[in-house]
Design a protein around this ligand. Structure first.
Ligand code: GLC
Length: 734
């Protein structure tokens, strides 16, 4: 439809029809077997008319189901405006990928883009038009449960992944999903890491570290933005005019749709900025929130606000036009069913090509943290006791995996069997996953059934099979619902029952390999002190077992690197690599040690730093060279370094370039990631890796909140992680 026709359509709509486009409900309002006169609408106080005018629904899936809903809806619709179908396709639709935090550890945006393309293919043939992804909230506090959905603590990487995901969703020939970047903004910095808690970020910090990844998504063309639950500087994001209009629309030029997070419009009352529902409706819409997700606030109040002249109808028109424009962009007026196709679903979902790729992704996202005396890789004839609550666990896809089928997941035991057979492998749980005191609230996530165990018998069985094996492989971890939304934890420790199992195994004096499943960085000090090898597996999804087996037996050489620091203790949180030096840095203060920036009871540094990860190869860095030690305004400095694989094992090294602005008008971090290269290097081979430095890479948010660079000295670091680097320096002289 031409824009002129859209405008005519808008003009022809009643105010009820226009408001309907600003309402998003869940699919069960439209279930054939659910009379909408009773069913869920009574729960949130909606009229049947509103349901018939609803502009979009969320989290209902399937080509047949969505085509039926669309057809029944259009049959009753006066203006024949199709609905948009949206959902949380976060780490895969049917082919479940590792959680986004794991994807971040690949340091491989191109690979991650492909995961988005596959998700778009699988989800679009099932009738979906929009995904509430990518989530690009910068995270620095492992206590927050939703770190599992983010790409980590670094702004540069977050921007790369944000762009890659939007392109992967939206820039395909035929099978696309509109991206909805979230949660705008700063949701990843709640005080205390406590879910939905207040966010206090100065504007400069917000602009420098937290906002760039959202902007990267918008610059990549994201069709939608989702507001976050939190307040920013005391104002909830969902009613924050500075954020949603001045910054997002006027400064960044975003013209797409802003949708609230689930019930966030209604929560303006709880935040204490809205007197009542009518006030909340006025605040949110006038601030620039176009769609009200899953409440009746807009539907029950906007019309009367206009009638009472408390809200100009132009706000409704503006928001409604954006919804119509997206529907038009997606071609829904001409074809309300998109590419929904049952036959395609059968052909595409979980196809071998996609499963094989998902397995490759697992091998690139697990991070080898410790490998004492080359405990790994195992030879294929090793007698293995595979023990732990995650040894046969199918629930290894993380919290946002409800579109996938846990019964299809490849467990660790399945993966070992697929690779080496079970002749040399004995497997048992050994312990429960959780302590009796652990509270896990259901979330409707399809979880594999956890049967009750007899703890004493299980442990005895574990000890028995371990005693008759060469190596003990312990699959341990936190429950998938101990992270994700609502999964904030004050402790980062494994459940006591699992630590007890580990210590019982340690008494047997056998080589121990721990496979650690989690949605966040955990405190692993005591785990690593009681094992030989430690592989961080995150929640690896559908092909978890196959990918992990390939790493454990050396078919693939680990190359994952931490995109989020692993704290020495939860007491350090938030802990991150690109921190400021402070006036009394522990490493260089002239004061007594006591009076320096430190803890008296633990180190400042995390246990494992950003960018860290081991390989079965050994890489030596030397011969760092700069083409010049002076950078002019439009010039470039070429950085080169030689990397030698001093082992016999072919491997992939993740070479990282960091820069420090030594003196500036604003205190700058001790280093910031500015470039990454994944380089395959054969055993005993040397490769020269190069990077380019230009003036744009040196910019930061200055006193007037604009990105600027300043002349002066810079340090450049190249290395295998944020701590092990080789340094040189140069001067910017514009
Ligand atoms: C949730 C989440 C958001 C998700 C939305 C729809 O509360 O905060 O990330 O996309 O609701 O399910």
């Amino acid at each position: 439809m031409k824009r002129e026709e859209l405008k005519q359509l808008l003009k022809s709509m009643t105010i009820e029809e226009k408001i309907g486009q600003l309402v998003q409900l869940s699919g069960n309002f439209f279930d054939e077997d659910e009379s909408i006169a009773t069913g869920p609408i009574s729960q949130i106080g909606l009229s049947e008319e509103v349901v018939h005018n609803t502009g979009s629904i969320l989290n209902t899936f399937g080509a047949k189901k969505l085509k039926d809903i669309q057809k029944r809806y259009l049959d009753k619709s006066n203006k024949k405006i199709p609905m948009i179908f949206m959902a949380d396709v976060i780490n895969g639709y049917k082919t479940g990928f590792p959680i986004p935090l794991a994807l971040g550890c690949s340091f491989d945006p191109e690979m991650v883009k492909k995961t988005a393309q596959i998700s778009a293919h699988e989800a679009s043939v099932s009738g979906l038009h929009v995904t509430f992804s990518p989530m690009v909230d910068l995270v620095r506090d492992a206590r927050w449960g939703r770190v599992m959905e983010s790409y980590g603590e670094d702004t540069y990487l977050n921007c790369e992944f944000s762009k890659a995901m939007v392109q992967g969703y939206q820039d395909n020939e035929k099978y696309n999903l509109s991206a909805c970047v979230k949660h705008f903004a700063g949701y990843g910095a709640p005080i205390g890491g406590r879910e939905y808690n207040t966010v206090e970020l100065g504007e400069r910090t917000l602009r420098e570290y937290y906002l760039p990844a959202y902007k990267a998504a918008i610059d990549a063309g994201s069709h939608m933005v989702m507001t976050s639950f939190n307040t920013l500087d005391g104002i909830p994001a969902t009613s924050n005019e500075w954020l949603l209009r001045e910054l997002l629309r006027e400064e960044w030029g975003f013209e797409g749709i802003v949708i609230s997070d689930h019930s966030a419009v209604k929560e303006l009352i709880a935040h204490g900025v809205a007197e009542d529902e009518k006030d909340a409706a006025k605040l949110a819409l006038s601030a620039g929130c176009d769609i009200d997700m899953m409440t009746s606030i807009y539907s029950n109040n906007l019309k009367s606000l206009v009638e009472e002249s408390r809200l100009d109808e132009s706000y409704i028109d503006e928001a409604c036009m954006r919804v119509l424009e997206l529907k038009n962009k997606l071609g829904l007026f001409e074809n309300p069913y998109g590419v929904a196709n049952e036959e395609e679903e059968q052909k595409v979902h979980l196809c071998k090509k996609y499963r094989d790729f998902a397995c490759d992704v697992v091998t690139k996202t697990c991070v080898l943290l410790q490998n004492k005396n080359k405990a790994l890789p195992l030879s294929k004839d090793t007698k293995v006791a595979l023990i732990g609550p995650f040894a046969q666990n199918k629930s290894i896809s993380g919290m946002w995996s409800f579109t996938t089928d846990p019964e299809k997941v490849v467990t660790v035991e399945n993966g070992f069997e697929n690779l080496v057979g079970l002749k040399n492998i004995q497997c048992t749980k050994g312990s429960a996953l959780l302590d009796d005191t652990d509270e896990i609230e259901g979330f409707g996530l399809p979880m594999a059934k956890e049967e009750k165990i007899n703890a004493k018998e299980e442990l005895e069985k574990a000890i028995s099979i371990a005693s008759n094996s060469d190596v003990i492989v312990l699959a341990l971890g936190e429950h998938p619902l101990q992270s994700g939304e609502g999964g904030a934890r004050g402790s980062l420790l494994l459940p006591k029952v699992q630590m007890n199992l580990l210590k019982e195994m340690r008494k047997l004096n056998k080589k121990i390999v721990v496979l650690l499943f989690s949605g966040r960085p955990l405190e692993v000090k005591e785990i690593q002190d009681n094992c030989d090898a430690l592989l961080q597996c995150w929640f690896p999804g559908l092909e978890g077992g196959n990918g992990i087996a390939k790493l454990v037996y050396g078919d693939v050489n680990p190359s994952g690197r931490l995109s989020m620091s692993l704290p020495y203790s939860v007491g350090q949180c938030p802990v991150f690599y690109n921190s400021l030096n402070t006036g009394r840095p522990l490493s260089e203060t002239s004061h007594m040690k006591r009076f320096s920036s430190r803890y008296v009871d633990m180190p400042n540094d995390p246990l494992y730093c950003f960018g860290y990860g081991l390989s079965y190869s050994e890489f030596k860095y030397d011969n760092l060279k700069l083409s010049s030690h002076e950078l002019t305004n439009d010039g470039v400095i070429n950085v080169s370094i030689d990397i030698t694989n001093t082992s016999d094992v072919d491997g992939c090294e993740v070479v990282q370039l960091y820069i420090r602005d030594v003196v500036a008008s604003i205190a700058r971090p001790v280093k910031e990631l500015k470039g990454v290269k994944r380089v395959d290097i054969k055993g005993n081979e040397t490769k020269t890796v190069t990077f380019e430095i230009n003036e744009e890479m040196l910019r930061f948010v200055g006193k007037d909140m604009k990105f600027i660079s300043e002349d002066g000295k810079f340090e450049v670091f190249v290395g295998k992680n944020s701590e092990e680097t080789i340094k040189d320096c140069f001067v910017l002289n514009k």
